[in-house]
Design a protein around this ligand. Sequence first.
Ligand code: ZN
Length: 404
Amino acid sequence: MNKNVLTEKAKSHLEILCTEIGERRVGSEENRRATAYAKKVLKEAGWQTEATGLPVIDWKTGGATLTCHGKSFEIFSSPYSLGCSVQGDLIAINTVAQLEQTDIKDKIVLLHGEIASRQIAPKNFPFWNPEEDQYIISLLEKGRPKALVCATERNSATAGGVYPFPLFEDGDFDIPSVYMKDTEGAELLAFAGQTMELASESVRIPETAFNVIGRNSNQTKNRIVITAHIDTKIGTPGAIDNGTGVTIILLLAELLKDNFSKHPVELVIFNGEDYYGAPGQIKYMEQNTGKFGDILLNINIDGAGYKEGLSCFSPFNLPANILDTLHEVLWETPEITEGLPWYQGDHSMFLQNGCPAIAVSSGWFIENMECQEITHTPKDNLNIVNYERVSECALGITELIGKL
Ligand SMILES: [Zn+2]
């Protein structure tokens, strides 16, 4: 298929995913519309399709308020937190050592400074879970405060472009929490010891989300698994993260349908990469327990198609023949370069299970991961997409698979 035609198709898929549908948080109606659309495209291109239901939590908030003697502070409900309406004395904590030594029972706890400097991993998150984070959570649960107020600064490395960032984003953690800017927290600090009133009108709603899988063969041995997550964070249309990844899979559904590769191909649209429990990834691991050895290669697409710079394919543990083939394709394709390794994506799950992988993304994002202010914000919209980059990635992957 010619590149111009493919680029037009990319634009049309992206307009549906990011403009007509928009935010695709796990558990929402929009998320289900997006997976239904992807399934329809795969099916129409002749792939055997399968949608696997995942029990998840959707979450909504009517806002949050924090007041003390008529003075109010600007706060936000932490995503996936339980709501609350409580009154209690404010106590400020800024280190783990202080948390260990302080009685926080029935208090409203202000977490600020060092202890609030980076996002705390969700309790049951399977892929990244520092012991210190689990320890902080256990201290808080044992301490039984009424609620948490978290004052956070900017931290692109762990929270993308979001400021302030929610310290907790965890539907398995049951202490109600809200968050605020570090500057607002500095003002709140002066109210330590006083009685505060805190209300957060958020609710957890049991819902269903879906993984979508397309296959062009009944063979599973030596298959190539191409993955992209379809979900977004709350509050973003998720164009680069990861409307473009899903779009590349939808283009591949057409480019690869004639099964010209000697290896079976599995197209996997995951639900949950940007969600506290990674339900789609866990489900896929369960479905493939003991069978990851059947996978020849994972190609994971996340962050592709940014308007500035080139696309990049980052190799991980590739056997020599696949690496040589990748180099051949990159040599012939000046718009795609070899990328440095990065691990904040679904290819990590394949690596952890012993599979070689290639991560497809935009060079600009990998280079600016620690300082960019786009990821997980409304700025991640179609204005920052280069549709040609999107079609070039699809053609590059097709080329690679054809040569393997
Ligand atoms: Zn992503």
